[in-house]
Design a protein around this ligand. Structure first.
Ligand SMILES: Nc1ncnc2c1ncn2[C@@H]1O[C@H](COP(=O)(O)OP(=O)(O)OP(=O)(O)O)[C@@H](O)[C@H]1O
Ligand SMILES: [Mg+2]
Length: 367
């Protein structure tokens, strides 16, 4: 899959390495990183260089005191979220490390994550960044990646929606020289943008159409649907959405809560999850059809035409919902009264890190 394969095993000889002036010199390893507000994803070559490893974890941190030594210990990811729901910190909750404190937490999180996964230090790192007008936040994110042990050879950032679009195209990195529209559907932001050979045209970013907002609605609708008997927190709402939302084959599901006075209450959810997701798709389509595309047409008529002749790429975690691409395609086609095609990568939640890895692979080649 990758054009160059990383050499990490010193006994392994490689055709390419033989022709290099320093055959035993460690090849630069391409690493793709996406530090997201909900999840972080890292893609890097497997030790044999044949394939890639993918790390996917919740972007959160908890600390506890080691009862034997009295030392402070750090937990991250799913373990931290499940075991310490009371103190766990999602330091990128708003999308970027906003202040020094969250930048420091993010650095600690990233360091721990790299340590427990043996991500190679002699690497060319490409990390995905949100399209947000927040210089301080972006500088903090940069310091987190630049300050880490990896990326000794190179560290570069590219827009998350560009990285996330590449794996949706057959020619992968080749698409970077094309014209296309991307819709990046994340937890804290919806980003819509046209790319012209990698250049962003009329990027739009809104914090009001988000995966987090869907979770809030799911929680509210569950309360309504159960006549106030069931209150779920936002983590549970997110899990309901991620596990059950399905535009093709949604099935009502049951869950059980413990009653405060003892006993348990079983309930069935029929509408809450899909109502929230349905509204989300409507809002995405409305934003694309009635804000973004008119703006693109206004500023770059020809590019607009070219872009709509190409498939539009949906990416980000919310693009994982089964059937959502076809649903957006149907509603957008209706709204625009012209055919549009929507495509997505196999794993839109991993796509930004995968695309970043592809770019890193290319850049490492030139080192
Ligand atoms: N199968 C899934 N896997 C991962 N995330 C999913 C899935 N289904 C839905 N989601 C949702 O996608 C959102 C996360 O998307 P993504 O990882 O792209 O966000 P992010 O880049 O961290 O956020 P942002 O860029 O908005 O700050 C969350 O709302 C999450 O619940
Ligand atoms: Mg994102």
């Amino acid at each position: 899959m990758s054009e160059t394969e990383a050499e990490t095993d010193e006994t392994d000889t490689h055709e390419q390495a033989d022709t290099e002036p320093e055959p035993s010199d460690d090849a630069v390893v391409p690493v793709g990183v996406k530090l997201g507000s909900t999840r972080t994803v890292i893609v890097y070559p497997s030790p044999d260089g044949e394939d890639t490893e993918t790390v996917r974890t919740l972007t959160c941190l908890a600390t506890y005191e080691d009862v034997l030594t009295g030392e402070e210990r750090i937990l991250y990811g799913e373990e931290a979220a499940t075991e310490y729901p009371d103190t766990v910190e999602f330091m990128l909750r708003s999308g970027l490390p906003e202040d020094e404190e969250s930048a420091e937490s993010a650095a600690t999180f990233f360091t721990e994550l790299l340590k427990s996964n043996d991500v190679p230090e002699n690497s060319a790192v490409v990390y995905a960044i949100p399209t947000i007008d927040n210089e301080a936040g972006l500088a903090n994110l940069e310091s987190v990646v630049e300050g880490s042990h990896i990326g000794t050879e190179l560290v570069r950032s590219y827009p998350e929606s560009l990285c996330g679009a590449l794996p949706a195209f057959e020619d992968g990195l080749g698409a970077i020289n094309d014209i296309f529209v991307t819709i990046n559907m994340g937890s804290t932001n919806l980003e819509v943008c046209a790319y012209r050979r990698g250049e962003q045209l009329v990027p739009l970013s809104t914090g009001s159409i988000t995966g987090n907002e869907v979770d809030r609605r799911v929680a509210n609708y569950v309360e309504e649907e159960t006549q106030g008997r069931v209150n779920i927190d936002l983590t549970t709402a997110r899990e309901y959405k991620e596990e059950h939302a399905d535009f093709e084959a949604f099935e009502p599901f049951t869950d059980v809560i413990q009653q405060p006075g003892g006993g348990s209450h079983e309930f069935t959810i029929e509408h809450s999850v899909m109502d929230a997701c349905d509204e989300y798709v409507d809002e995405v389509v409305d934003e694309v059809a009635n804000s973004f595309l008119p703006e693109l047409a206004n500023s770059y008529m020809k590019v607009y035409q070219l872009a709509l002749d190409q498939p539009i790429v949906v990416t980000g975690g919310m693009a994982c919902l089964p059937g959502i691409a076809a649903e957006i395609e149907r509603r957008l086609t209706d709204e625009l009264q012209r055919d549009v095609e929507i495509v997505r990568a196999d794993r839109p939640d991993l796509a930004a890190a995968e695309g970043a890895h592809e770019i890193a692979n290319h850049l490492a080649d030139g080192l």
